[in-house]
Design a protein around this ligand. Structure first.
Ligand SMILES: CCCCC/C=C\C/C=C\C/C=C\C/C=C\C/C=C\CCCCC(=O)SCCNC(=O)CCNC(=O)[C@H](O)C(C)(C)COP(=O)(O)OP(=O)(O)OC[C@H]1O[C@@H](n2cnc3c(N)ncnc32)[C@H](O)[C@@H]1OP(=O)(O)O
Ligand SMILES: Cc1cc2nc3c(=O)[nH]c(=O)nc-3n(C[C@H](O)[C@H](O)[C@H](O)COP(=O)(O)OP(=O)(O)OC[C@H]3O[C@@H](n4cnc5c(N)ncnc54)[C@H](O)[C@@H]3O)c2cc1C
Length: 609
């Protein structure tokens, strides 16, 4: 499809999905499933995941009563317009202004520079009638920082932009189809006025007289929509990883190379330890991210209930966990999808493998909803704060509770003696805790050598990101172990999940061996025992690998991959796909007479000369 066709087709699908949701009707959970099977980014994502939650989280009761019924019936379509051409990560650096005019009781929205143009918001370019806009609030010449506003963008009769608004699509993005189904947009305001009551005023207010009344709750609640979406992105990482792994595992069982004895059949590539060493940790990650995603959903629900009761105590942890896990799981999944493509050899590079499209549509997850490095630095700040409070009498809680055992964890030596000890959950956990704590404490010690803490933080950014990642990996490992401690239905399922849990943990030890050795969390002998155990786990997973990806229950239609077909009938179907290519419509290609023939004839003439 051309970009225009792709975009229009996504509109068609989105509206059809909305019709089904209402007619059947579908529950919220079922609607989310429908979104997965629709399988294309589109304006609905931003409307439901960001526009509506932003109003719910930041609007007053009156504002919710006015706007939510319209949004819930999709009589207005909204997006989330925060990022600008010049600033995305640095939200406090946004330039768009919303200046209160007491004469007219309105805010004047203005884009003072080119870099202040809104740039990237999905659904903004062509579809949205409304947006939640983030802009600097100015009253009586004073800048109160960034606040949210509900703004109508387009005429409800003919969809034309309202006077004072310049709007459009930002152009083609990475890949062929992928995220190009979405109208990521730009937007400029030229002194565009909105009524005062369209500032989202649950957190802070501007009175009729133009007085700014700051909020008595943490200002970070303005970032609540991002926290909510980051949480959902973690579960989505599992879905995308599982999809790539399903394709690569099934194909690895079909594909044979080398190893033929006396003219017999060759070896299935899944039997090569190198293939297993690349594939099975990704299979384990797909399961691990699913479990940590379930836990994160619980954490998010818990913090939301606490916030409703004005208990803000767990907000920093919820922010650190959603930011860190969003970052860690999306980075691992993007890399994992690409690894799966390589695991499928040359055929993985074919469009019909399903992997190039999956990669192209997935990889912006490392950037949207917070650049992954910027988000890990938020985790690092949280960790440095926690370390600095150790010994102050305030015991760390939740995911940092392990830091409360700092004295032990800084000194302990791993008691792993044989390979099987690596299947002991307490020993594995302690290894990850020791490594994470020691990296965090080492950063804190290095920071303390700087007179200026911010300067020190800048100098140590790379180490801080690594410490944050170590902490996030510990969370994933520990939630997988907790999952195994609970009830798991199905004969033998627990054993399979145990194998995957330890593959997940031990492959991380192998991959980040430098961290584990340099922090003395393990010795080199214990590292080789871990490798030994890892190989043994691969052998145990091998007979069940295909069943473990079948368990994701993805249809062939959803996978969209010739290589990942359930029936394994890969080669005939690759031919079928090839023959469908428009280049094969004719035997002699268009362009032959224009270019190829004259070229060949010219050579023939020179040869005769
Ligand atoms: C699709 C096809 C198929 C393949 C995929 C398969 C499946 C997918 C299927 C379906 C997918 C469906 C849906 C996916 C779901 C949704 C995705 C949809 C679309 C995505 C669109 C993306 C939209 C966007 O990108 S919106 C824009 C996002 N922008 C950002 O994230 C900006 C990042 N920057 C920031 O957040 C901040 O600027 C900052 C970096 C945190 C810094 O903020 P600042 O105020 O300057 O803070 P400071 O560092 O000084 O800290 C102050 C203080 O505040 C605390 N803090 C910061 N943030 C928060 C927070 N959010 N909550 C709570 N507290 C916060 C911080 O810790 C400090 O605390 P303290 O003072 O140290 O105690
Ligand atoms: C597909 C897609 C959809 C999007 N949808 C929306 C949307 O609906 N609404 C919306 O408002 N926005 C949206 N965005 C914008 C997105 O949220 C931003 O792109 C994202 O927050 C990253 O910000 P940035 O582009 O400014 O990156 P930058 O911050 O410019 O990052 C560039 C580089 O600088 C590094 N960097 C930046 N700051 C630091 C620092 N302090 N320390 C160390 N390194 C640093 C980063 O790691 C990165 O390597 C979307 C983006 C994409 C790609």
């Amino acid at each position: 499809m051309t970009r225009k066709e792709l975009f229009k087709n996504t509109l068609r699908k989105s509206v059809h999905a909305w019709k089904l949701i209402n007619e059947l009707p579908l529950s919220d959970d079922e609607s989310l499933m429908l979104r997965h099977f629709m399988d294309q980014p589109g304006f609905l994502d931003l409307h439901w995941r960001m526009f509506v939650p932003a109003i719910k989280g930041q609007g007053t009761e009156e504002q919710k009563q006015k706007w939510l019924p319209l949004a819930n019936k999709m009589q207005i379509i909204g997006c989330y317009a925060q990022t600008e051409l010049g600033h995305g990560s640095n939200v406090q650096g946004l330039e768009t202004t919303a200046t209160f005019d007491p004469q007219t009781d309105q805010f004047i929205l203005h884009s003072p520079t080119q870099t202040s143009s809104k740039w990237w918001p999905g659904g903004l370019g062509k579809v949205s009638t409304h947006a939640v806009i983030y802009a600097r609030l100015i009253t009586d010449g004073k800048d109160h920082g960034v606040h949210g506003f509900i703004v109508q963008l387009r005429n409800m009769d003919d969809h034309s932009p309202l006077p004072g608004i310049t709007i459009g699509d930002i152009g083609v993005k990475f890949g062929n189809g992928a995220y190009n189904s979405m109208d990521n947009g730009f937007l400029m305001f030229d002194k565009f006025c909105i009524p005062r009551d369209q500032m989202l005023m649950r957190l802070s207010k501007v009175t009729r007289e133009g007085k700014y009344v700051p909020s008595d709750v943490p200002r970070q609640l303005m970032y609540g929509t991002m926290v909510s979406v980051r949480q959902t992105i973690v579960s989505n990482a599992s879905i995308a990883m599982a999809r790539a792994v399903c394709i690569a595992t099934r194909y690895s069982a079909v594909r044979r190379q080398f190893g033929s004895q006396n003219g017999g059949i060759e070896t299935q590539v899944i039997d090569y330890k190198t293939q297993q060493n690349r594939l099975f940790p990704l299979l384990a990650s797909a399961y691990a991210f699913r479990f940590v995603g379930e836990w994160l959903k619980w954490l998010y629900t818990d913090v939301t209930q606490r916030l409703e009761a004005s208990d803000f105590a767990t907000l920093p942890e919820a922010h650190a966990c959603t930011a860190g896990l969003k970052s860690m799981t999306t980075s691992a999944t993007s890399d994992g999808i690409e690894e799966c493509r390589k695991l499928c050899g040359g055929h993985g590079y074919l469009w019909c493998s399903g992997l190039p499209e999956l990669f192209a549509v997935y990889v912006p997850a490392c950037t949207y909803e917070g650049d992954n490095v910027v988000l890990q630095l938020q985790v690092a700040r949280f960790l440095m704060k926690t370390v600095s409070q150790l010994g102050s009498g305030k015991a760390p809680a939740g995911t940092t509770a392990y830091m409360g055992r700092a004295k032990h964890l800084l000194q302990c030596r791993s008691s792993i003696r044989k390979a099987e000890d690596w299947l002991n959950p307490a020993m594995v956990l302690e290894t990850f805790e020791a490594r994470a704590l020691r990296m965090a404490v080492s950063c804190a010690n290095n920071l303390s050598k700087f007179e200026n803490q911010e300067q020190g933080f800048s100098e140590l950014l790379a180490d801080l990101v690594e410490a944050a990642i170590a902490h996030c990996q510990l969370i994933v490992v520990s939630k997988f172990i907790v999952k195994l401690e609970g009830e798991i239905k199905g004969k033998g399922v627990k054993n399979q999940l145990k194998n995957l849990c330890y593959i997940y943990a031990l492959h991380l030890i192998h991959k980040h061996l430098g961290d584990f050795l340099s922090t003395n969390s393990i010795t080199s002998e214990q590292a080789s025992l871990a490798n030994h155990q890892l190989r043994s786990l691969y052998t145990q997973v091998r007979p069940n690998a295909v069943a473990l990806v079948d368990a994701f229950d993805y249809t062939d239609h959803y996978l969209g991959s010739v290589l990942g077909r359930y029936d394994g009938n890969v080669y005939p179907k690759l031919f079928e796909e090839a023959l469908k290519d428009p280049l094969n419509d004719t035997v002699v290609p268009d362009g032959y007479h224009e270019y190829i023939r004259p070229l060949i004839k010219q050579h023939l003439r020179s040869a005769r000369l």
